[in-house]
Design a protein around this ligand. Structure first.
Ligand SMILES: *Cc1c(COP(=O)(O)O)cnc(C)c1O
Length: 429
């Protein structure tokens, strides 16, 4: 494949945008080469500026669960835009999407919309601190909760790809209030509670981790976490920015039958427009301004275009009884196909999957936390990534990312992908 125009556009972009990208994960730093500039997309396919076509397994890092340029979403945005794009006043549409979200997700009474997953997680933590009157939080190594200061400590994919464990610019004071635990290690969490008695406001977790590859919670881990939080008067925050409206209608809470205290959303909830949200039971949400003392605001929060896109997306996911089954079946088919061809080619690997989140790790050992995720062979991953790209299969340019499966994929697309993986891994080792 030729990437002439992409390379030229990247050179131009690099003069005026740091690293040529507006989000570091888009750079090809972890795999070498220069990023591909996408011109348009439809369904399961991306088309780049050089006219190359790809089967897309990033899907805007999750949101396009029903495919790119999904007609109902596109039409809703067009119709809404004609009537004005922002008023800074309440609109009926905000109530409609809030009612729908509250009806789909278990255990939440109220929801507030923001503009990104980062904002949702940052606001959830502030709310938890305000509600409990405590300062410290526990996060897990390798989990990503957006780029706000409290979370930029061992924060998974973006930072791991660049080998920066913690970002400069985060003050010592902020870092001190963030305690780190190992994913899937409940004893570690218990020890932190023991050592910081009555100081911990909340534990925040990706209920299925997706920012160190896909890492499922061990049997009983989330339940134990729920118990430890309740025993210690700390809130359990599920960061469902990735898992929400993807693993099931009600997200991970529904899939694992665990009640979180606060839930964060992003990605799918915006249907491809910039949306995040956080939600909880009434008594917690009423702590927010203007009802309560915890301040949180946004000029473009609940923006009409964004709400129109999100509402259409959630409505389809709510009304289509089979969509999550189809996603499960397609991803299982892909998993089985990949397993077979890589094993035949004698390359060491592990595949992790929950629903339509899946990742391939080039290490034969079980991958269950950040340390084990780091053991993967990055040279092999690079060869895998570039090989697949050349075959017209677009996966994330980092070994620490999950693949996001879209319902727009056909079995023919999946077969092509499996054949491409066969060809590429046959040349690895
Ligand atoms: C993507 C992501 C975020 C951040 O969302 P942005 O919209 O990129 O700010 C937070 N948490 C998780 C689990 C994510 O995957």
């Amino acid at each position: 494949m030729e990437y002439k125009r992409s390379s030229a556009l990247f050179a131009e972009a690099s003069k005026v945008i740091p690293g040529g990208v507006n989000s570091p994960v888009r750079a090809f730093k972890g795999v070498g080469g220069t990023p591909i500039f996408i011109k348009e997309a439809k369904g399961a396919y991306l088309y780049d500026e050089d006219g190359n076509q790809y089967i897309d397994y990033i899907n805007s890092w999750g949101p396009m669960i029903l495919g790119h340029a999904f007609d109902p979403v596109v039409n809703a945005v067009i119709e809404r835009a004609k009537k004005g794009t922002s008023f800074g006043t309440p609109t009926e549409l905000e109530t409609k999407i809030a009612e729908l979200a509250v009806s789909m997700v278990p255990n939440i009474d109220k929801i507030r919309f923001v503009n990104s997953g980062t904002e949702a997680c940052m606001s959830a933590i502030r709310l938890a601190r305000g509600y409990t009157g405590k300062d410290k939080i526990i996060k897990f190594s390798g989990c990503y909760h957006g780029h706000s200061d409290s979370f930029l400590i061992a924060a998974g994919s973006g930072l791991s790809t660049f080998g920066v464990p913690n970002s400069p610019g985060v003050t010592q004071g902020t870092a001190q209030d963030t305690l780190l635990a190992n994913y899937n290690d409940i004893e570690n969490v218990r020890q932190l509670f023991e050592a910081n008695k009555d100081e911990i406001a909340a534990v925040i977790i990706e209920p299925v981790a997706g920012n160190m590859g896909c890492i499922p919670p061990r049997e009983g881990f989330l339940q134990a976490l729920r118990t430890v939080c309740s025993e210690n008067g700390a809130l359990l925050i599920f960061d469902e920015v990735m898992t929400g409206f993807r693993l099931s209608k009600g997200g991970a809470q529904e899939l694992f039958d665990i009640k979180a205290d606060i839930v964060c959303f992003g990605k799918v909830i915006g249907g491809g427009l910039p949306v995040g949200a956080f939600a909880a039971r009434e008594e917690i949400m009423n702590f927010l301004a203007p009802l309560g003392p915890v301040y949180q605001a946004g000029t473009l929060s609940g923006n009409p275009l964004a709400m129109a896109a999100g509402y259409e997306m959630l409505k389809r996911l709510n009304e289509d009884e089979e969509v999550f089954n189809r996603l499960e079946e397609k991803t299982l088919y892909l998993e089985n196909g990949i397993r077979e061809v890589i094993a035949n080619n004698n390359v060491s690997f592990t595949i992790n999957r929950v629903g339509s989140m899946i990742s391939v790790h080039f290490d034969k050992n079980h991958v269950y936390d950040f340390e084990t995720a780091k053991n993967g062979d990055n040279d092999q991953f690079k060869a895998f990534f570039h090989g697949l790209l050349n075959e017209g299969v677009y996966i994330a340019p980092s070994a620490y990312e999950t693949w996001f499966i879209t319902d727009a994929l056909t079995y023919d697309d999946l077969d092509k992908t499996i054949r491409a993986i066969d060809k590429v891994t046959a040349n690895m080792k």
